[in-house]
Design a protein around this ligand. Sequence first.
Ligand code: FES
Length: 164
Amino acid sequence: METYMLNDRQIEDIESRSKAYPRKRSALLEALSIAQGEKGYIDGVDARQVADLLSLSIAEVHGAATFYHMIRNGPGGKHSVALCTNVSCTLRGAKEISLLIQERLGVSPGEVTEDGRFSFEEAQCLGCCDGAPCMMVDDELHGNLTREEVERILEDSAGKAGDI
Ligand code: FES
């Protein structure tokens, strides 16, 4: 028998959202967001339960969970940094910005810093292509990034919570 991890409220919320659409699968992104909950990420057990609740395959759930940057597939850092590396941002220097962030934080994309303060990932389009290159730091979107701006944003984020 499968052991599930979502609590009753999360299950009720997912079932309720799935009834709002003609097809349950349309609630997938909302369901992943609900499943992520306070833990801040979903693991394989959560993904399996979401798949069962929405009558989807685990591959379909995994595909969505790994595509959307707002869904985490493992524990994150205190601050999350998501840099868009899609076409517009890459054409305007996102790869160089990515290397700068990796150097400053000492992590590769998909990793969390040793002190747990930052997680860094390369993301798909963040919807601000006209301000490329762009990144999200926690819930804040930053566009027209320059090296200097990235340095300032990382320092501000680290300092916000009295980390430095
Ligand atoms: S391509 Fe980067 S925000 Fe759209």
